[in-house]
Ligand binder design. Structure first.
Ligand code: THG
Length: 292
């Protein structure tokens, strides 16, 4: 699986300040650290970046490339910033992201072609968030068609179903899993990607990794290709790299209906089993789901 480090992002307190004040050191240090934990790509999230977004993205790409050879994912909704990043990238870039809003499609799709970049097709339509797996399929077909039309082949398109926090809407959490099981049929050759940590947004920070890991294990049942993840969750990385086959097997059997007697499981298995129940909607989410 391809892992994209999420940690260089403007929402983070220290990195947000470093980006605004153009302080290279904290960002270089983080880029080095994400490289050491084995990330395949680094996501560079500068948010909407309405003011000076192009100058900021170029600055960021340049300083990150001073310390790492990793591929970069350009995460901004400002098309000018995307283009500045594309010009600065030494490796083939990943554009994060292209949604189905006409003005974004018209500006960003041609850039992908011109700069030979890969794209994340974000399933966000003109009516906003899709409501279920079927609406996601319609949006996916639409974005693939429009990308193909200007000469971007399926293997360069990574589809992102948009993960929603489990504390907000469990049906959307389930819909993303269901969508993953359908993607291969509706868009053959396309890749899949999620912003994994979204699932645990709003959950106490010390508990977030349990949800993130278990959701990744569930997505792996349908061969998820890539995930934007916390580069410093060592267990998550081991799971993604196939080093926890027994846990994966337990999670996948539970998704097929197996209902283990929780008390007979090891403490580690219990973390995953309880989290599967929450993420598949069998038990209601509360901040104390691991203690029940
Ligand atoms: N899809 C795509 N791109 C995305 C997302 C997605 N980019 C942004 C986001 N979602 C994925 N990246 C993050 C980055 C940080 C966090 C969550 C998702 C996060 N950070 C902690 C917080 O905000 O509390 C810690 C911040 C810190 O570092 O201090 O939760 O879905 N295509």
């Amino acid at each position: 699986m391809i892992l994209i480090g999420e940690n260089i992002n403007i929402m983070s307190k220290t990195i947000g300040a470093a980006l605004r004040e153009r302080l290279p050191d904290p960002i270089r240090e983080l880029a080095r650290a994400e490289t050491r934990t084995g990330m395949d790509y680094l996501d560079l999230n500068i948010g909407p970046a309405r003011k000076d977004g192009d100058e900021l993205m170029k600055w960021l790409v340049d300083i990150v490339q001073e310390v790492t050879d990793k591929k970069l994912s350009l995460d901004t909704t400002n098309p000018l910033a995307t283009e500045a990043g594309l010009k600065a990238c030494k490796n083939r870039a990943l554009i994060n992201s292209v949604s189905l809003q006409p003005e974004r499609l018209e500006k960003v799709l041609p850039m992908a072609k011109e700069y030979d970049a890969e794209i994340i097709g974000l399933l966000w339509g003109t009516d906003g968030m899709p409501r279920d797996a079927n609406e996601r399929c319609m949006l996916a077909v639409d974005i693939v068609y429009k990308a193909n039309e200007i000469g971007i082949p399926n293997e360069d398109i990574w589809i992102d179903p948009i993960v929603t926090p489990v504390s907000v809407d469990i049906n959307q959490v389930k819909a993303c899993i269901e969508f993953m099981s359908m993607l291969g049929d509706i868009a053959p050759g396309c890749k899949s990607v999620v912003g994994l940590s979204n699932v645990s947004n709003g959950t106490p920070a010390n508990l977030r990794p349990y949800l993130n890991r278990t959701y990744l294990a569930m997505l792996m049942k349908y061969g998820i290709y890539a995930a934007i993840v916390d580069a410093f969750d060592a267990e998550l990385i081991r799971l993604a790299r196939g080093e926890m086959p027994e846990i994966l097997d337990l999670v996948h059997r539970m998704m097929d209906g197996y209902n283990p007697d929780i008390s007979t499981l090891s403490p580690k298995e219990q973390e995953y089993a309880k989290s599967v129940k929450v993420l598949s909607g069998d038990s209601l989410y509360s901040h104390s789901w691991l203690e029940i």
